[in-house]
Ligand binder design. Sequence first.
Ligand SMILES: [Zn+2]
Length: 140
Amino acid sequence: MGWQDTKNLISDTLALVDGLKNPELREKINQLRKSLLDAMEENTGLREENMELQQQLSDKSEMVFRKPHYWLKKKDGSEDGPFCSKCFDDKNQKIRVREGVTGIWICHVCKDVAKDGRFKPVSSGAVGHVRSLGRNGWMR
Ligand SMILES: [Zn+2]
């Protein structure tokens, strides 16, 4: 039985109730009507919540975590991203991260900073670079 059938049944019943002489029975039927409408409303809310959760689940299955970020796997096999892992894990939000210097990624929403495998600590690399320049002559 669908919602429309239930609503029709309620209307039909109420039409009959108007003809009833027993006020107690009329009152009980009115209470039943109210209780049924509440249940229908609750059911609608649960359906919507269920659909939302289903959507979140399917979104999650399309997101692939490869340290330190999430990537969205598309139906054609390509990937979109990277997305902030903190925002996605905390709030299920897909927030793109931006690369500052090489290998350092910043989320503009939660301000999380993540390093990937391409990140090289600046100190040792820069010192080596300056030394080699010196040896090559132009800093003499
Ligand atoms: Zn974030």
